[in-house]
Write a protein that binds this ligand. Structure first.
Ligand code: BTN
Length: 149
């Protein structure tokens, strides 16, 4: 009969505990949102900054949609696995800019989701039109596995 000493119990807990915590969310990779827009986030730097490209599936611009650069920051992940982040997309085919902020959350099936809100600022010529220049919305992104952009 094996005797489970308190020491052995503690040792087992120490070994198993890291696996019990939620999966760490990693922003780096390819993502698709509920509108069908794609984005690629490159490696996150030590200071939390990152860059990438955004390919929107929808636009309010008369011009042809083009992949546009994004620049962002993620919060320090040493204490929290479910990363908080923000990024800006500078549309190259339009005179607008969108800022996104959100959190990478893991659902009950272990799937990473980027739950975001965005503000899209469009150009207006006159201060009288400022009231209608900013749109707001939400997007949920999921990871695209093994797909070329
Ligand atoms: C524009 O229409 O001026 C530029 C494209 C804006 C696309 C918006 S940003 C928020 C929303 N989420 C997307 O993936 N695309 C739209």
């Amino acid at each position: 009969m094996v005797q489970v000493t308190p020491f052995l119990l503690l040792l087992c807990l120490a070994l198993v505990a890291p696996g019990l915590s939620s999966t760490k969310c990693v922003l780096t990779g390819k993502w698709i949102n509920d509108l069908g827009s794609n984005m690629v986030i490159e490696a996150v730097n030590k200071d939390g900054s990152f860059k990438g490209t955004y390919n929107t599936s929808v636009s309010d611009s008369p011009h042809e949609i083009k992949k546009s650069p994004l620049l962002g920051y993620q919060q320090d992940t040493s204490q929290n696995d479910q990363t908080i982040f923000g990024f800006t997309v500078n549309w190259t085919f339009s005179d607008s800019i969108t800022v996104f902020t959100g959190q990478c959350l893991v659902d009950e099936n272990g799937k990473e989701l980027l739950k975001t809100m965005w503000l899209l600022r469009s150009h207006v010529d006159d201060i009288q039109n400022d009231w209608k220049a900013t749109r707001v919305g939400t997007n949920v992104f999921e990871r695209i596995e093994d797909q070329e952009d």
